[in-house]
Design a protein around this ligand. Structure first.
Ligand SMILES: Cc1cc2nc3c(=O)[nH]c(=O)nc-3n(C[C@H](O)[C@H](O)[C@H](O)COP(=O)(O)OP(=O)(O)OC[C@H]3O[C@@H](n4cnc5c(N)ncnc54)[C@H](O)[C@@H]3O)c2cc1C
Length: 442
């Protein structure tokens, strides 16, 4: 087979894994004129972006929003015909349950919990005055301090001190990346933050600059009807252009192709791995979804949801999203009921126990009684966070094998999609260069 993009027979690339990273990669490569085969181990595409039905309402079983940073996800959704469905969350904002005391609204301006204005009232309320004063020292330090620090925890500790790290960055970054800031690479989770620190001279100003560079309005958006529509639209877009093979678990990868669990061998010119092939080591994440009747929740007492500081006595959930308060389309579908999503790192095995734990945690976090007979429906989803959130450059892939996906890009759709696009662009360039080289040689 030949293609106008390539003077030689069309190169064939195998993509391993049909989550968002694999689907975006397959699309970019197919658009670039490459023949693509995608192997997906499960019986559906989308990975952590997919639907489940709870109490008759179709909901997101995994990701439910995306960061507007860079405009990457909205651009993809627009290309796939979903522009009209992009929606902003309700303006209520999120709250934080500190280790002790009452829940508080999260500071209005921040990035991964790093405050843009350390002495703002809402920051002082959470970190205390001494903590805020220590954070303000950031403004007096040279921009060089911490600018070579790739470890998010160490960077924040150096510039703003322990209180900001422990009380803001640990819960916020932990909720987004399922990892402690000490295990997060700044360049992966907050690209350009270190450069902005150097150019602006302080971490707080760097946060402000990055926030200002994001599209106006909310830092996150969603898709009316559910984020899973993005995965469905991608799958539909690829149908007929890419060979999509479901129920195909890849067990071996090298520079000349892949081996499936059934022993079959599939040769290709290149392989892109968009899946976890080794034993997963990422933190377990359990999502408990409750559909409840509770009129007191009509006023959204904790805005769009609440993050929980690790070690808060009497609460096992790490975060609660009041999904029907966050998304207007969902409030409409849920009618008089409310949809609550609680995430857990460690959750009981029995569904009844998890349902009861989630109900009690919801009562405590929302400050509202939710009697057992007001729980209309419950569901559990089990996931794992990315295996490697540590430094990207520690990884080394074999020649001819590229890697995309949250293990290398960091978790979150904005990061995953931007990275998959970049890697596909690099791969296309390589393949074109090779084709050109071949031509010259002949
Ligand atoms: C509960 C939860 C909520 C989240 N909420 C948000 C959110 O609101 N906003 C946001 O931006 N991000 C969110 N995320 C993170 C986001 O969903 C992920 O970062 C992103 O979807 C990861 O995409 P991926 O393609 O890298 O991996 P995955 O989605 O994990 O896809 C990997 C795919 O590879 C397949 N696979 C695995 N092994 C093999 C094999 N051996 N052979 C073939 N196929 C294989 C898997 O079945 C899967 O389909 C959330 C994650 C979770 C778990």
């Amino acid at each position: 087979m030949t293609d106008p993009h390539f003077a030689f027979p069309t190169p064939h690339v195998i993509v391993v894994g049909g989550g968002i990273a694999g689907l975006v990669t397959a699309r970019e490569l197919a658009d670039g004129g490459v023949r693509v085969t995608l192997f997906e181990a499960s019986d559906r595409l989308g990975g952590k972006v997919g639907p489940h039905t709870v109490g008759g309402i179709q909901l997101d079983a995994g990701a439910e929003s995306f960061a507007t940073r860079g405009g990457t996800v909205a651009a993809l959704a627009t290309e796939l015909g979903l522009a009209e469905s992009i929606v902003a969350p309700a303006a209520g904002g999120a709250w934080l349950q500190p280790r002790s005391g009452e829940p508080l609204p999260l500071p209005r301006t921040g990035l991964l919990g790093i405050p843009a204005v350390p002495l703002a009232r809402d920051v002082i309320d959470i970190v205390g005055l001494p903590g805020a004063l220590r954070a303000q020292l950031d403004a007096l330090m040279s921009g060089f301090v911490g600018s070579r620090e790739r470890n998010l925890g160490a960077l924040v500790r150096k510039r703003m001190g322990r209180a900001v790290l422990d009380r803001l960055v640990v819960p916020v970054a932990g909720a987004i990346h399922s990892a402690h800031p000490d295990d997060l690479d700044v360049d992966v989770v907050a690209p350009r933050l270190r450069a902005a620190l150097l150019s602006e001279g302080s971490l707080a100003k760097a946060v402000l600059t990055l926030r200002a560079a994001a599209p106006a309005g909310s830092a996150v958006q969603g898709i009316r009807g559910g984020m899973f529509r993005l995965a469905s639209a991608l799958a539909e877009d690829l149908d007929g252009r890419v060979s999509l093979v479901l129920g195909a678990r890849v067990v071996g990868v090298d520079d000349s192709g892949v081996t499936l669990e059934d022993g079959s061998r599939h040769p290709s010119d290149r392989v892109v791995v968009a899946a976890e092939l080794n034993e997963p080591t990422g933190a377990p994440i359990t999502l408990a979804t409750l559909v409840v009747e509770a009129a007191a929740l009509d006023t959204a007492p904790r805005g769009t949801g609440i993050l929980v500081a690790a070690g808060t006595p009497g609460v096992r959930a790490r975060a609660l999203t009041h999904a029907s308060a966050k998304w207007a389309w969902l409030a409409e579908r849920a009618a008089s009921a409310h949809v609550l999503r609680l995430s857990y790192e460690a959750a009981p095995d029995a569904d009844d126990d998890l349902r009861e734990l989630a109900r009690r945690d919801a009562e405590r976090l929302l400050g509202t009684a939710i009697p057992d007979d007001h729980v209309l429906a419950f569901d559990r989803q089990r996931w794992r966070g990315p295996s490697v959130s540590r430094l990207q450059q520690e990884r080394g892939a074999a020649a001819g094998v590229s890697e995309v996906g949250e293990r290398v890009s960091g978790a979150g759709l904005a990061a995953v999609i931007a990275h998959a696009k970049r890697e596909s662009g690099n791969l296309l360039q390589d393949l074109r260069a090779e084709a050109g080289l071949g031509l010259n040689e002949s």
